[in-house]
Ligand binder design. Structure first.
Ligand SMILES: NC(=O)c1ccc[n+]([C@@H]2O[C@H](COP(=O)([O-])OP(=O)(O)OC[C@H]3O[C@@H](n4cnc5c(N)ncnc54)[C@H](O)[C@@H]3O)[C@@H](O)[C@H]2O)c1
Length: 318
């Protein structure tokens, strides 16, 4: 059976990956500093003999600090991810993309492991073409407030590609578009948890901008299936994973209001600097190479998420 190391394994996506690969019979090494992760997702697995926890900041580790067992897959998900988080932790974010990527690439080389980088749609910045194809190089402000995250991920992609080109490492890069579902933090500052929390509390639902900016939302189980497909494919150029169904932020607020049967009013505040106006993946490569596309509809995913957020708000998942 395979051994899979997941950095950021106590976070939203990482914890689902840990569960997924434990269920598949892998030995899972979860590496997390808990800077934005949740201990709860680790505690429930602590008695599982196939689960190894390293509670540490990846970027201060040496290769000798990793468990002395053969590693087959390394999935690099450690990084603050929401704008609120990465602006709160700018240096942790920059280090996770740069030094963290370097350390895990070295580790992958040592073990001849598959290496998968969790990149992001943010590398496209505020895109000038729509929807975004993998061949598009992006429109990123390298010194703007969001560059902490965008440029760290762009650097991580570049470093990862160099390991493929010069050292023949088996690498994969997934460009993840907005993903949602159970285990998102209620207070991570992203639109969906904000809207859910505000709707549940009967407080005004706050839209930044006029609400015409678009996003596409992929349910977590679909993303996990896509990631698994990418790990085992021989395709090693970047692959977009996300929902091609585009929705305006205003529409999202209205749907959440309806699903939650909330009386909250929708209010508008100024748009933050460099906030992308459009975001939607072109996923023909994922379709062709992996036979993958999202299966969970937005309404299904919102209903599933709503029951999680309801429990989270009542303290059951805090
Ligand atoms: N959620 C999304 O929609 C989305 C979209 C695009 C890309 N991604 C990428 O997926 C990854 C996970 O995102 P998420 O939404 O689960 O975020 P998250 O904040 O829930 O998870 C990130 C995890 O990484 C850990 N971490 C951060 N820096 C670390 C370090 N130096 N050492 C060890 N652990 C560290 C955090 O404690 C946390 O548990 C990130 O790399 C993010 O860039 C997420």
């Amino acid at each position: 059976m395979e051994t899979t190391l997941i950095s950021g394994g106590a976070g939203f996506i990482g914890s689902h990956l840990c569960d997924h690969f434990l269920n598949k019979g892998h030995t899972v090494i979860c590496l997390d500093s808990l800077v934005t992760g949740n201990q709860k997702y680790i505690i429930s697995k602590k008695n599982n003999k196939s689960f190894i926890l390293i509670e540490n900041d990846l970027t201060y580790m040496r290769l000798a600090d990793f468990p002395q067992l053969h590693i087959d897959n390394i999935l690099h998900f450690a990084s603050p991810a929401s704008p609120q988080d990465y602006m709160k932790y700018p240096f942790i974010t920059l280090r996770a993309g740069s030094i963290g990527t370097e350390i895990l690439l070295e580790l992958a080389q040592k073990h001849s492991a598959r290496f998968l980088l969790a990149s992001t749609s943010e590398i496209y910045g505020d895109p000038t073409i729509h929807p975004q194809k993998e061949k598009y190089w992006g429109n990123v402000n390298p010194v703007g407030p969001r560059s902490i995250y965008d440029e760290a991920k762009r650097f991580a992609e570049s470093y990862t590609m160099a390991y493929k080109r010069y050292l023949d490492l088996d690498i994969k890069i997934v460009r993840i578009f907005n993903t949602y579902g159970p285990r998102m933090r209620l207070n991570d500052g992203r639109a969906l948890p904000n809207f859910m929390a505000q709707a549940l509390k009967g407080k005004p639902i706050t839209i930044y901008g006029d609400g015409t900016q678009t996003r596409s939302l992929c349910y977590i189980t679909d993303l996990i299936d896509g990631i698994e497909g990418v790990i085992y494919t021989s395709y090693s150029d970047p692959i977009n994973l996300g929902s091609p169904e585009e929705i305006t932020i205003l529409e999202l607020a209205q749907r959440i209001k309806k699903i939650s049967n909330s009386k909250s009013e929708i209010i508008f505040k100024p748009l933050p600097i460099d906030d992308p106006t459009k975001r939607c993946p072109e996923i023909s490569i994922a379709r062709k190479v992996l036979g993958w596309e999202p299966k969970v509809t937005l309404d299904e995913g919102l209903i599933l998420s709503f029951s999680y957020f309801k429990q989270a708000l009542s303290g059951e998942y805090s």
